[in-house]
Ligand binder design. Sequence first.
Ligand code: ADP
Ligand code: MG
Length: 665
Amino acid sequence: MDDLKNVKGIGPKALTLLQKININTIEDLVCHYPFRYDYLKRDNLLEVEDKGKIIIDGKIESVPILMRFKAGLNKMNFRLVTQSGVVGVSIFNRAFMKKDLEVGSGVTVIGKYDKTKNVITASEIKIGLLSNKVRIEPVYHTTSGLTNKNISTFINMALLMYGKHINDYIPSRYLEKYNFVNKRTALNIVHNPPSDEKLNEAKYRLKYEELFAFMYKINYLRKQNKNVAKGIRRNIDKKSLEKFMTELPFKLTNDQSKAVEDIIKDMESNSRMNRLLQGDVGSGKTIVSFIAMYVNSLCHYQSALMAPTEILAVQHYNNLKDLLKDTNIEVALLTGSTLKKEKTEIYKKLASGTIDIIIGTHALIQEDVNYNNLGLVVTDEQHRFGVNQRGNLQNKGLMPDILYMSATPIPRTYALTIYGDMDTSIIREKPMGRKPVKTYVKNSSEIKDVLQMMLDELKQHHQVYVIAPLIEDSENSNDLATVCDLRDKMKLAFGEYFKIDIVHGKMASKAKELIMQEFAQNKIQILISTTVIEVGVDVSNATTMVIFDANRFGLSTLHQLRGRVGRGSNESKCILISDNDTKRLSIMEKENDGFKISEEDFKLRGHGDLFGTKQSGDMCFKIASIRDDYDILLKAKADSEEYLKDEENDLELKKLLIDSMNTNY
Ligand code: ADP
Ligand code: MG
């Protein structure tokens, strides 16, 4: 398709601004969907304020008079008959519209109304009376220098010039089956909705298309894995493995053992491992991956473990070093802070095969690191990697086994869909000795009780987390609790006897680290923070968590937060303070299982936050939402499976779908 700059009206300046909001192609532009719609009612001339905004329709009464000025400017005037009276209309620089503004024809005029002159200075004139009494106005995400109107104009021009050539990813058989309109019509409707009914139909069709393409890719990857990808068939020295397992610092839980079994089977078979290891925070996924890497080393292959943050990478490195200290397996750490000289050395050793296991951030696989014989890649916190990254790994010419680990509890039915290209192992039970966290939902009028509960714990020399949705008042529009405000209040209540401090995302990482360290050493007894407590905080003496305005969070987030207490042998408490939404929150009182909580969250939808925010590459849909459009997703899943099976047809579209893998999502 043509370049964006060839769309009439898009100059160099607009081009840069569009790029700023990630619009680089004509397809990006026409698929820049409104994030909401405003419903504008028709005004009455008598009720609009002087110089106020007006939207009104009527019939043209006089032939428009066109005046031209220097510098190419022009102005047009005509009279309009409306239900509330006759009014003058002027509009600048629309000479090209003159031929459409015939006497007697109906138009909708949007502009500012000057009462004394009885003239509307129009910013926009739409030809035709709309059948309903409201006008549905698309509202777009934009950037400064680019108005909503600009975007709308560009989109409509692009549709006019190139609408016919925009890729439609829905095979014709499904277009027919569901009686869908074609892509161009659907796009026209979502950008210029004539009615709610038409808009919903068009949105449904575009959502289906997006989900169909997504599911096609997932199914394609699965098929690739099954048919094409040859894996490494290993002969595992079972004696060494058994010895290693008995020397572990603890006995594995049943679920952990089962996961290890699954992985060993994958490693012995000649089809490639592509496994997702799911387990709640603290369920003990790490040790399972360590065992897999140990086995891989036994068979003389290299392993790479990728963690989402440097802190986690270092933690894994230290733990693994410790676990393997009696072996001759060489473990190395490679992160952004590794010195250049050291890095070069590590690269060399990876290429020669001297290093057996490398641990780092996921740059490990993106950079041009050469391995001698990479046999296993483990990625921690898989939900941060999208489908395309899954694809990337495969396309790099590497054929290692892959083990993904994720702590995001996803309902099973749902996991089967979006992780449909992977096998899964699930760890449900927690290691022995963990007591469930007692959870209470409290009204804000019960704050005295809450303070008393805190005091009881503090008196036993235990520590307390306090969570607020916001940092300080300046960002506060709804009277929500803030970290700074709570610090002052907690100081009033407890400051005389206990040390109180705060930590939040806007602090420098050094300062954060220091506070966390002091909390870990019990130099701070009450720590107030936002949800952004550093990953991997593990303070077993902290037994209580108090969450203010708890209704602001999804259940899964609350569950993750709660996971920071209940780590020691003491019984722990979590107190959720909220005046609203208490029925939903009460699920937390009954449930301690992350999977069950996410199922509940999923059923309730509105507040579900299965993936946290913006974390998952899988969530970057333009119009569909995996959460809200689950029924469409299931349809798209079934159809794409059927479509993939049928090998002969539509080769061109199939290639298009696969190619879109690296550009979309
Ligand atoms: P996650 O699944 O969240 O990554 P980790 O692997 O970090 O959890 O494990 C959490 C803690 O539990 C670690 O300190 C780990 O050593 C410990 N652990 C893991 N498995 C067991 C077990 N079977 N018995 C006792 N402790 C365990
Ligand atoms: Mg972990």
